[in-house]
Design a protein around this ligand. Structure first.
Ligand SMILES: [Zn+2]
Length: 87
């Protein structure tokens, strides 16, 4: 991918690939931490466009501000048409 960056041990394409798992809470602590570290520092992921762009931007904002409100998280999940969380 043009301009792809590696931050926190993850490349942008890997972040996008793991994003739905992130929102499903399926990533382990290590993966989640790496993904958050990447998004926090990377202003490129949000510019890829496509289905995850809005989610990346929201996550970016969240990580730079404070905790994502549960209602916002649910709206994101709905927007991404993610399946209900498996238990
Ligand atoms: Zn990135």
């Amino acid at each position: 991918m043009r301009g792809e960056r590696e931050i926190g041990g993850l490349r942008c394409s890997q972040v996008l690939a793991q994003l739905s798992e992130y929102f499903d809470g399926e990533l382990g602590d290590l993966e989640r931490g790496r993904l958050e570290a990447h998004v926090r520092e990377c202003d490129h992921c949000a510019r890829f466009g496509g289905v995850f762009a809005a989610a990346v931007r929201a996550l970016h904002t969240k990580l730079r501000a404070s905790a994502l409100a549960p209602a916002v998280r649910e709206r994101l999940r709905a927007r991404l048409e993610l399946p209900p969380r498996r238990t």
